[in-house]
Design a protein around this ligand. Structure first.
Ligand code: SF4
Ligand code: SF4
Ligand code: SF4
Length: 293
């Protein structure tokens, strides 16, 4: 029943119309494919995958799907302190800000908004100045210091900013909301890879979102669950909403002592190598973030 519900969902039907629109010149169809992609992260269901004894699967499936270089976590799971004691896990992709500081500072327009509202990077234009990394208040951009040692499959598809593969030395990378998959009627890797169905891909225009198991009316889902956007006061207008919680819907207690298991990369190389001591999440964030992996 769950699968049937998904196949008949407004989001999937909408995604199919997008695909159909791609193969016609009809002006109405072109109008139809405009979307306003967003993501909802239900923290009430996230346990960092520790209950299953595995590393965060959102991070892992993103790495495998995009051939993400060693060390980068385009969606990174942080463990944060609850004000009243205990902790919760927060999966953190690029927030696809509508007023994106990273886009505003790029001197060569290598990073830009698509008409669907996704922030992409064209690594063929990127000059590696890293202004965007400094400008992102969410620390969601990564620099390729070396040539990643990727498998041959990484080069099967021609390069596109929509999947950023194969990675290019001396350029910046980040979560791209998997736009090539959305166009084919598929949900992003992290959404389908999450065993707890924490992540929902949504369309603000059609007011619908899906985690692959259920379909929700987006506006009601956000209102009913006290949704918030991280650091919204900065004026970045993130396209990612968070539903507060600590995994209680799947039985996690806030004082659960288990921590995240380490993320792994099936390939090596010298791609990304963050220097210790410059993690702004640890040093300057008032929420006392702790990256456990
Ligand atoms: S979002 Fe899902 S896959 Fe990611 S850490 Fe939470 S439960 Fe695991
Ligand atoms: S989260 Fe950072 S990288 Fe992503 S759009 Fe916002 S400012 Fe840019
Ligand atoms: S939306 Fe795509 S690129 Fe972004 S974290 Fe999920 S799988 Fe990775």
């Amino acid at each position: 029943m769950g699968l049937l519900a998904v196949l008949a969902s407004p989001l999937v039907l909408a995604l199919r119309r997008v695909k159909a629109a791609d193969i016609t010149d009809d002006a109405t169809a072109v109008e139809e494919k405009l979307r306003a992609w967003c993501m909802v992260i239900d923290l009430k269901k996230c346990d960092g995958c520790v209950g299953l004894g595995i590393p965060p699967q959102c991070t892992q499936t993103c790495i495998l799907g995009h051939y993400v270089p060693q060390g980068m976590k385009w969606i990174q799971v942080f463990e944060a302190s609850l004000g009243e004691g205990g902790s919760y896990f927060m999966p953190t992709p690029c927030f696809q800000c509508e007023n994106a500081p990273c886009v505003n500072v790029c001197p060569v327009a290598a990073t830009y908004h698509t008409k669907d509202g996704i922030v992409l990077i064209d690594q063929r234009r990127c000059i590696g100045c890293r202004f965007c990394i400094a400008a992102c208040p969410y620390h969601r951009r990564f620099f390729n210091w070396g040539t990643p040692d990727l498998p041959p499959e990484a080069t099967l598809k021609p390069y596109s900013p929509e999947h950023q593969s194969p990675a290019i030395k001396g350029t910046v990378m980040k979560c791209d909301f998997c736009p090539d998959m959305l166009r084919q009627g598929q949900l992003p890797y992290c959404v389908t890879g999450c065993p707890r169905k924490v992540l929902y891909m949504g369309d603000l225009k059609e007011d619908v979102a899906s985690n692959g198991d259920e379909i929700v009316k987006l506006s009601k889902f956000l209102a009913d669950n006290d949704a918030y956007r991280y650091k919204e006061d900065l004026g970045t207008q993130p396209r990612v909403w968070l539903l507060p919680g600590h995994g209680q819907l799947i039985g996690r207690k806030p004082d659960d002592p288990r921590h995240l298991l380490p993320t792994t990369w099936p390939w090596g190389g010298e791609g990304y190598d963050r220097q210790p001591g410059i993690d702004i999440w640890k040093e300057s964030d008032p929420w006392t973030w702790e990256a456990r992996v």
